[in-house]
Design a binder for this molecule. Structure first.
Ligand code: LMR
Length: 401
């Protein structure tokens, strides 16, 4: 029996990770990889941050065990990341109306969130921002959701178009799922302010929507609590939602695959019941999570000295990205590259959307060896003093045609 392939045509490469493969195969010395969202320092290296190095040293010294973790992960990890997401004093924490499961990365959290929701009888319709992370549509489609989109950016591509966003969400049916980017919107870097989050919270209540917050970049924008503005919009009595968090970026633990799915319910008993169903989705997917990355995160968050070191490590990464934003804007303006660049300076997180056509993106790669994702999403962290002049000259060339 042959494999049940519908077509012998190979599937297209992944729109983000596939670019890294092409980049590796590219032999041009001037090539620049601004595609996948991975932090690098000025030498182009993704460092193991000092707090992680120390946590790993401590873990090695402990007599560990490679036994299975519980289906929903290590209790200490779950409590530590819950407090990180909401703040230990937040009502969601003190009331006990949330339940967290440790997952393999933020993507693992999204996938088990999708399975849990469909298995629990949620609406099969999910609303995604347009644009969104290219993996969202295929992840939710393959899990069994039907996709709808809400417009997110205005014509300039530099700010949220609240009017259009709310207009689209007004046509959602009660129970529909809405995916919101908690901070550092991927791909645009454009985040709602607190007032806008309040309006989003209103529409969620009015239309009885079920939010899933993709929170992959806490601390990469303006700070750990500053990046949780979404919470003020959604933390309302009785409003239930899910949070998919990732520790790939803020702990630089990309290949350890560490994340969490947190269910916020109306009361503690609903949270506990939801967790029992979530455990079925996890058991059927990957049984139980990998331990090492979660152990590192737990070790850091539970030790005051390591925690303080980690906050410094995080600030180093955040400030370098903010510095890169300023350097990019200054260079684009100085080179008189046509476009509206100034707002990029105050956007949040790893990404900026240059607003390029598919042909311009292809030309950047083929002619200049500059790898960016569709519509011109760049990983701002990938800019260095050495590659910035080439990137800016290449962007100018493709924009001016
Ligand atoms: C990205 O958007 O580049 C990152 O979230 C990495 C990934 O898995 O796509």
């Amino acid at each position: 029996m042959a494999l049940p392939l519908r077509s012998l045509t190979p599937a297209p490469p992944d729109p983000i990770l596939g670019l890294s493969e092409s980049f590796k195969a590219d032999t041009r010395p001037e090539k620049v990889n601004l595609s996948v969202g991975v932090y690098v320092n000025d030498s182009g290296v993704t460092p193991v941050i000092p707090s992680v190095l120390e946590a790993e040293r401590r873990l090695l010294e402990k007599a560990g065990s490679k036994g299975y973790l519980p289906i929903d992960g290590r209790p200490g990890f779950k409590a530590a990341v819950r407090d990180l997401i909401f703040g230990a004093e937040h009502e969601i924490v003190t009331s006990g109306r949330s339940a967290t499961a440790q997952t393999p990365g933020g993507t693992g959290a999204l996938r088990v969130a999708a399975d849990f929701l469909l298995q629990a009888g949620a609406s099969k319709t999910i609303w995604l921002s347009e644009p969104t992370w290219p993996n969202h549509p295929q992840l939710f489609t393959l899990a069994g959701f039907v996709l709808r989109t809400y417009p997110y950016l205005d014509e300039s591509g530099r700010q949220v178009d609240l009017h259009k966003m709310l207009g689209a969400l007004r046509s959602a049916v009660p129970g529909d799922v809405v995916l919101l980017h908690g901070s550092c919107h991927n791909p645009s870097g454009v985040d709602p302010d607190q007032e806008t989050w309040a309006a989003i919270g209103e529409i969620v209540v009015e239309r009885e929507l079920l939010p899933v917050v993709d929170f992959a970049y806490q601390g990469f924008g303006f700070g750990l609590r500053e990046d949780a503005d979404w919470l003020a919009g959604l933390a309302r009595p009785g409003l239930e939602f899910l949070v998919c968090s990732s520790y790939s970026k803020n702990f630089a633990l990309y290949n350890e695959r560490v994340g969490a799915l947190t269910i916020v319910a109306a009361d503690p008993s609903r949270a506990a019941s939801a967790l029992s169903h979530l455990k079925i989705a996890i058991r059927a997917n990957y049984s139980n999570p990998p331990a090492h990355g979660g152990d590192i995160v737990e070790t850091i968050l539970m030790d005051p000295t390591l925690r303080a070191q980690w906050e410094v490590d995080l600030a180093v990464m955040r400030n370098r990205i903010l510095g890169n934003r300023a350097a990019l804007v200054d260079a684009l303006v100085a080179a008189e590259v046509p476009g509206m660049w100034e707002p990029i300076r105050r956007q949040r997180g790893m990404f900026a959307l240059l607003g390029l056509s598919a042909a311009q993106v292809a030309r950047l790669r083929d002619e200049f060896g500059v790898y960016v994702v569709g519509k011109g999403r760049i990983n701002v962290a990938g800019l260095t003093p050495a590659n910035l002049p080439h990137v800016v000259a290449s962007v100018k060339a493709v924009i001016e045609g």
